[in-house]
Structures are given as structure tokens and as C-alpha cells.
Design a protein around this ligand. Structure first.
Ligand code: LMG
Ligand code: NDP
Ligand code: PMR
Length: 392
């Protein structure tokens, strides 16, 4: 499917590839210094602005102008390109729809099931010029690498990446594994996205779009500073011994903390990794790239496919429970609008932030739990993850 999809795309390979190699993150002098030296709080915003202006100038010579002059001489923003993983259902689909219908975005739906994605896009009324489906199975690192290659060959710039796809396996008694042998929940939700985001950062850095963003979907249930995060089993990464061992369940545990397999905990742990990863990206790259790194909890979207593996009684009771008891329920449509705001709203450009929404659907910067904001743990998760996915 991926190859078929790639074959249909315009072949601007040599141009875009040259451009990308020329300005690669690794090659850039901006990235010459040690990455662990990135945490600097005392940089004045004016020096940042100058840096960005210089960079923007450098990029504009290599890529098409971001603003197109209209007849009246007014500048309009070109259409942005956003990649959304898991856009074939639930939050991802609702976000794809919300962005596509503004006419300001071309959505790359990065999905493991091509036909399901096509049907989903049609079912919500998305029109052909506003989306492209590209194959991505986050449970296979080869597939992630192939996706990156297919995307590059499309010749499109990358302006925003949304890491949204996830699996939740609350009833599984035994762990299942990705192609590389990582426990599936952490393998798909965290490690697949980690490789994807790291690989595409370079591409995003070269885009001339004025507000580039990397968004990772987090959750309240990974945050133990909330009631929802205290429903057992609670997230906890421990000393990361299972992750360091590769989560293969053979010579090492399948759980990050080294404990026995628990599907609900594995999911919550993976969300903690997502939120830690977003902050580590921020610390390492925000200052030099100007890219916004953010995560969010869009509300409890109790009707999505996320709960497909749960028992029928749970699926029946969960939506009314969230609607009438916790009042944390949001519809897929509302949640999609929230994530679309994080993608494109001019007021949500702050980096390193975890967004949530209040009862009136107004966004606010929320507090992460102690573990989900642990700087040292974020660095360790990053370093172990880059070894596991073959980046270090
Ligand atoms: C694990 O169970 C599962 O084992 C795992 O597979 C995975 O799903 C994981 O986090 C996900 O959860 C943990 C367990 C917590 O959660 C439960 O599902 C227990 C629900 C027990 C609720 C008691 C209410 C009894 C009412 C009967 C009707 C069914 C209602 C179902 C509600 C839908 C599901 C949310 O188990 C515990 O350890 C128990 C401790 C829980 C306490 C929390 C305390 C708070 C109190 C508050 C109020 C709410 C009342 C709920 C009433 C709901 C009525 C619709
Ligand atoms: P859905 O199950 O509806 O959507 C998940 C998407 O991920 C699907 O498109 C699914 O594809 C895709 N996916 C699963 N595995 C893979 C894989 N190996 N490779 C590529 N794509 C894959 O769930 P939601 O919309 O609820 O979840 C979206 C995000 O929102 C998740 O990150 C979740 O953690 C988060 N979230 C959800 C909440 C909720 O209440 N629902 C609350 C807080 C956060 P396919 O269609 O083929 O199955
Ligand atoms: Mg939870 C008090 C508010 C609240 C909120 C906002 C959520 C969100 N939940 C809340 C409370 C409770 N939940 C309470 C009091 C209970 C015990 C009755 C409870 C139970 C519960 C279960 C069994 N909740 C769940 C489950 C799941 O299987 C879901 C889960 O943990 O998946 C990992 C879940 C969720 N509750 C939420 C949200 C957003 C979920 C979906 C999980 C996610 O995507 O993070």
C-alpha cells in the first residue's frame, strides 16, 4: 500500500532530498554543541528572535516562499502540511476533519490500514485535495522508516507532526509484541512515535512555515496528580530497568519498571513516556529550532476505538459514567477541535506545555505529575529509547 501510495505522488524526490540533506539537523552548526547543554533558562527573547530571523532567511532561499502575495499585495499563508498518526478513527480522524475543512491544511493521514483510512476520510466528508493517506505501522520500525522515506518523496514540506495513534490492551493477560519485540503498548505508543518524531524533526526544521509544531497526545490517566491518574493500576516507570532491557518479555520484563505485565498500566506508562518525550524535545531543540513542542489531554473521549479491547460492559457504562459522574466526557468532534487548536491556533504556540481544557472548553496550561515532569527521567527515557530504535 505504501508503495502504491508513493507511486501516485508527484516525483520531486531529487529536489526535496537535496534540500533536506543540505540543511540537516546534524550538519547544521546550530546543532554542533552537546545536546545535554540545551537547558538554558536565561536566554533573552530578543536574541532568540534574532536567531530565528537569521534561520528563517536561510531557509527561505531553499524552499518555496511561505507567504503568497495576493492581488492586493496582502500576504496569505500557504497551506500547511500536517502529519497525523492514527487518523483513521477517533481523535485523529476528528482532528484531520477539523483541519481539512478550514482549507488551510493538507492532512497526511499516517495509518496502518489504508482502506479503513480512506473510508474514514470519506465518511466525515473530507475532500481529496485536503488529504493524502500514507501507510504507517508504528509497531514496526521498518515501517516507520519507510513512512519517512515515502513522505520525503512526496516533496511536501513538513509543518506540523501530530503523534496521536495508540493502542490500549486492558484485558490482555499476556503481553504481545511489535516486530522488533517491544511490548506492544509502549512499542507503538512511545517507541514508534519516538523514532518517527526524531526522524522527521530534520524535515520540520527545514520548513519555512512560521509556526512549526510537534504535538504528542498525552493523558490524564498517566498523571498521578489527578483522581483519574490514581485509579489502579497507576503509571510508574520505576528505574526503567524493563525499558533498558528492551521490553521483550524473554530475558527482561515486558513492563518499563520491570514488573509483571499489566496492559492498562503499560498504556498509562506509555503516555508518561509521551509527555516526558515532548518535554525532552523542548529542552533539546526548542531554542535552536523555534519549533513548538506540546502535549495535551483533550478530555475523556469515551466513545472511541481506544476501548475496543475492553469488556462490553465497560464499553457500555464508560460513556455515561464519564458524562454524568466525572463530567470529563467530550465528544470526538469537540476533542478534534481541541487538538486542531493545538496544531494551528496562533495563541497556542508556547513550547514545553501540556494543554488541557476547562468546562467552558477554554484551553489552559496544565500541571503534569511529578513523574511526568521529572527532568532526569525524561533524559533517561530519551537515551534508552534512542538505543532501542537504533538512533544511538
Ligand atoms: C482496572 O481496574 C482493570 O483491571 C484494568 O483492566 C483496566 O481497565 C484498568 O484503569 C484501567 O482498570 C481498576 C478498577 C479500579 O477500576 C474499575 O473499573 C473498578 C470500578 C469500580 C467502581 C465501583 C462502582 C460500582 C458500581 C457498579 C457499576 C459499574 C460501574 C462501572 C463504571 C465504569 C467504569 C469506570 O478498581 C479499584 O481499585 C477500586 C477503587 C476505585 C475507586 C475509586 C473511587 C472513587 C469513587 C468514586 C466514584 C464513582 C462511582 C462510580 C459509579 C459509577 C456508576 C455509573
Ligand atoms: P482510537 O482507537 O479511535 O484511535 C487510535 C488510532 O491509532 C487508530 O487510528 C488506530 O488505527 C491507530 N493505531 C493503532 N495502532 C497503530 C499502529 N501500530 N500503527 C499506526 N496506527 C495505529 O483511539 P483515540 O482516538 O481515543 O486515541 C487517540 C489518542 O488519544 C491516543 O494517543 C490516546 O492515548 C489519546 N487519548 C484518548 C483518550 C480517550 O478518552 N479516548 C483520552 C486521552 C488521550 P486503526 O484505526 O487502524 O485501529
Ligand atoms: Mg477514569 C474524575 C475524573 C475522571 C476522569 C477525567 C477520567 C478519565 N476518569 C475519572 C475517574 C475515574 N475513572 C474513576 C473515579 C474511576 C473508578 C470508578 C475510573 C475508572 C476508569 C477505568 C476502569 N477510568 C478509566 C478506566 C479505563 O479503562 C480508562 C483507562 O484508564 O484507560 C487507560 C479510563 C479513563 N478514565 C479517564 C480517561 C480519559 C480514561 C481513558 C484513558 C486514557 O486515554 O488515558
Amino acid at each position: 500500500m505504501a508503495l502504491q501510495a508513493a507511486a501516485l505522488l508527484p516525483s520531486t524526490f531529487s529536489f526535496s532530498k537535496e534540500g533536506k540533506v543540505g540543511a540537516s539537523l546534524k550538519d547544521s552548526s546550530l546543532f554542533g554543541k552537546s545536546l545535554s547543554d540545551q537547558i538554558k533558562s536565561d536566554i533573552s527573547s530578543s536574541s532568540l528572535k534574532i536567531k530565528r530571523a537569521v534561520r528563517a532567511e536561510a531557509v527561505i532561499t531553499a524552499t518555496p516562499a511561505v507567504n503568497r502575495a495576493t492581488a492586493e499585495g496582502k500576504k496569505t499563508l500557504r497551506k500547511g502540511t500536517v502529519v497525523i498518526t492514527g487518523a483513521s478513527s477517533g481523535l485523529g480522524l476528528a482532528t484531520a476533519k477539523a483541519l481539512a475543512e478550514t482549507g488551510k491544511w493538507h492532512v497526511i493521514m499516517a495509518c496502518r490500514d489504508f482502506l479503513k483510512a480512506e473510508r474514514a476520510a470519506k465518511s466525515v466528508g473530507m475532500t481529496k485535495e485536503n488529504y493524502t493517506i500514507m501507510h504507517l505501522d508504528l509497531g514496526s520500525l521498518d515501517s516507520v522508516r519507510q513512512f519517512v522515506d515515502t513522505f520525503r518523496r512526496s516533496g511536501r514540506p513538513l509543518d506540523v507532526l501530530v503523534c496521536n495513534a495508540a493502542v490500549y490492551l486492558p484485558t490482555a493477560k499476556e503481553p504481545t509484541f511489535t516486530a522488533e519485540g517491544f511490548e506492544l503498548s509502549v512499542g507503538v505508543n512511545h517507541l514508534g512515535h519516538f523514532l518517527l518524531a526524531r526522524s522527521l524533526l530534520d524535515d520540520m526544521n527545514q520548513s519555512d512555515y512560521p509556526s512549526k509544531r510537534l504535538i504528542i497526545v498525552g493523558s490524564i490517566t498517566g498523571n498521578t496528580n489527578t483522581l483519574a491518574g490514581n485509579v489502579p493500576p497507576k503509571a510508574s516507570l520505576g528505574d526503567l530497568r524493563g525499558l533498558a532491557g528492551g521490553l521483550n518479555g524473554l530475558n527482561t520484563a515486558s513492563m518499563i519498571d520491570g514488573g509483571d505485565f499489566d496492559g492498562a498500566k503499560a498504556y498509562k506508562d506509555s503516555k508518561v513516556c509521551n509527555m516526558l518525550t515532548m518535554q525532552e524535545f523542548h529542552r533539546r531543540y526548542h531554542e535552536d529550532t523555534g519549533i513548538t513542542f506540546a502535549s495535551l489531554y483533550p478530555g475523556c473521549i469515551a466513545t472511541t476505538g481506544l476501548f475496543r479491547e475492553h469488556i462490553p460492559l465497560f464499553r457500555f457504562l464508560f460513556p455515561p459514567f464519564q458524562k454524568y459522574v466525572t463530567k470529563g466526557f467530550v465528544s470526538e468532534e469537540e476533542a478534534g477541535k481541541r487538538l486542531a487548536q493545538v496544531v494551528s491556533d496562533p495563541s497556542l504556540t508556547k513550547s514545553g506545555v501540556y494543554w488541557s481544557w476547562n468546562k467552558d472548553s477554554a484551553s489552559f496550561e496544565n500541571q503534569l505529575s511529578q513523574e511526568a515532569s521529572d527532568v532526569e527521567k525524561a533524559r533517561k527515557v530519551w537515551e534508552i529509547s534512542e538505543k532501542l530504535v537504533g538512533l544511538a
